[in-house]
Ligand binder design. Structure first.
Ligand code: AMP
Length: 399
């Protein structure tokens, strides 16, 4: 089976053509600056890369160009677009309506539209991607895979905010959580790596990239996560503040004379590692600056690691124990130093890092052989998870 995985943003479109059965990636690529001018990078496996400015007035044209490259006689990997069996779409917000991936029909599109107020930047772009594929690949089965769906198993005591109840019933204010596809994938890998059923394991998954979240996964189900109504909650991130005293917002607005929108922008775009360090939102730059003696870069790293450590502790408390910690995404996969710092004080939970094994960027168990709990490094693969769900649903299996 061949599945085209689509991740549509407002002016970008990432894609991968893969076989979910063999897990082989046939081609991947990125369309950028859609609706502005257009750039397309197409990387077919084992063939020359196509990387050029291409006129991309809208998402329909971007998908057309992608299909033309996938079937191109030099850059192509398939002979005909009919070789594509199905399309899997990443959708950011599924609200409470979508508890797992679903085959896309009119009702599903309406459901995704009804979640637009919760994700005003992302869901419209995801719908644009779905509609563009409908136009260009009419009749092809399509599946929506939601970032929020994995967290729909969180019980009310984990997802409710202590606000007047009507904001939940009338305005859908609650914790939703994000990065669900990633947390789901890496937890399945972790169970396979240690050869134990996921249904027996209590895991804290740490998705640490430009956006960062932790997830307490008890016996295969998300029971708590650090991101909330929006992805601003929880850990400090590249440019996002993470959880702060909510009254800081009104305080800054008042003492600085800023509008709520401006404060919101500061919390999302000027805070986190960038705001603390004044150097960069990128952990590679922070590590370099800290090594050169930049104290604020060091402080930013210290704060980040400390907050992740605390989240692992709270995940363990929420599950009544912990069998393993998983590190994934840009920082989690690539920075042995940050992983070591986060785990430094967690021996009391039976989690002991092996410093030699930790020196890896590959999928590996990096805890000591005598450590009661596991520490895993798992490169995330959201595209594969989307392709797997798509294949299952198209074959009539449940996900
Ligand atoms: P992601 O959002 O998952 O793509 O992750 C992006 C983040 O991963 C950026 O902050 C990068 O600096 C960070 N990252 C990537 N490679 C490394 C590395 N070798 N060491 C530290 N951080 C890294």
């Amino acid at each position: 089976m061949k599945v085209l995985v689509i991740n549509a943003g407002s002016s970008s479109l990432k894609y991968q053509l893969m076989d979910p059965d063999t897990r082989e990636v046939l081609a991947k690529g990125l369309c950028e600056r859609i609706g502005i001018d257009g750039h397309l990078k197409h990387t077919p496996t084992g063939k020359d890369v196509f990387d050029a400015d291409v006129d991309l007035p809208d998402h329909d044209e971007a998908i057309q160009q992608v299909l033309a490259l996938l079937t191109h006689n030099h850059y192509g990997v398939i002979k005909d677009i009919n070789e594509i069996d199905a399309v899997g779409h990443r959708v950011v917000h599924g609200g409470e309506d979508f508890t797992h991936s679903v085959i896309i029909d009119r009702k599903v599109i309406k459901g995704i539209e009804s979640c637009i107020p919760l994700a005003p930047l992302h869901n419209p772009a995801n719908i644009t991607g779905i509609k563009a594929c409908e136009d260009v690949l009419p009749g092809k089965p399509m599946v929506a895979v939601f970032d929020t769906a994995f967290h729909q198993t969180i019980p009310p005591k984990g997802f409710m905010y202590a606000l007047p109840y009507r904001y939940y019933t009338e305005n859908k204010v609650r914790r939703y959580g994000f990065h669900g596809t990633s947390h789901n994938y890496v937890s399945q890998r972790a169970a396979a790596m240690c050869g134990r059923p996921l249904e027996e394991l209590r895991l804290v998954s740490c998705h640490l990239g430009n956006g960062a979240s932790t997830c307490a996964i008890k016996f295969g189900k998300s029971i708590d996560t650090s991101m909330g109504l929006t992805p601003t909650d929880g850990l400090p991130m590249g440019t996002r503040s993470g959880a702060i005293d909510p009254s800081i917002i009104e305080y800054i607005a008042r003492v600085r004379g800023y509008s709520p929108e401006r404060v919101e922008n500061i919390l999302n775009k000027e805070s986190g590692m960038l705001g603390l360090s004044g150097v960069s939102s990128d952990f590679r730059d922070l590590e370099k600056a800290a090594a050169e003696g930049n104290e604020r870069a060091q402080l930013a790293i210290d704060i980040f690691c400390y907050k992740v450590t605390k989240r692992i502790g709270s995940g363990a408390a929420s599950m009544g124990g912990i069998d393993g910690v998983i590190f994934t995404a840009g920082v989690g996969e690539n920075s042995p130093m940050i992983r070591a710092r986060i785990m430094e004080d967690l021996g009391f939970l039976g989690l002991y890092m092996d410093p030699v094994k930790n020196n890896t960027r590959e999928e590996a168990i990096v805890s000591r052989d005598d450590s009661p709990g596991y520490i895993f490094v798992v490169p995330t693969n959201e595209e594969l998870m989307i392709a797997l769900d798509t294949a299952k649903l198209v074959r009539g299996e449940s996900v």
